[in-house]
Design a protein around this ligand. Structure first.
Ligand SMILES: [Zn+2]
Ligand SMILES: [Zn+2]
Length: 74
C-alpha cells in the first residue's frame, strides 16, 4: 500500500498531498501507478510556512530554512 501525507497550510489555505512511499506495485509500474490500496500516513498542519506553490510564487514569503524543518525518514 502506498503511503501519503497530507499537509494543511493555514497561511495560504492550501492543502498538499505528498507521497511518502510507494508500495511495490507502484514501484514496479513504469508510470508508478498504484492499483492497490493507499492511505494517508499522517495529516498535519504546517503553520509556519505557506505551501510549496505559494513559496515558489512569492519567494521570501516563507523563510527557506523552514521548508525542510520536518524530520522525515526515507
Ligand atoms: Zn500502492
Ligand atoms: Zn499555498
Amino acid at each position: 500500500m502506498c503511503l501519503y501525507e497530507r499537509i494543511h497550510f493555514p497561511l495560504c489555505r492550501h492543502t498538499e498531498t505528498r507521497l511518502v512511499q510507494y508500495c511495490h506495485f507502484a514501484r514496479n509500474d513504469p508510470g508508478h501507478q498504484c492499483f492497490g490500496a493507499w492511505r494517508y500516513l499522517k495529516d498535519y498542519e504546517q503553520t509556519e510556512s505557506a505551501c510549496d506553490e505559494c513559496t515558489k510564487r512569492a519567494p521570501g514569503f516563507t523563510p527557506a530554512h523552514r521548508m525542510y524543518g520536518i524530520p522525515r525518514g526515507r
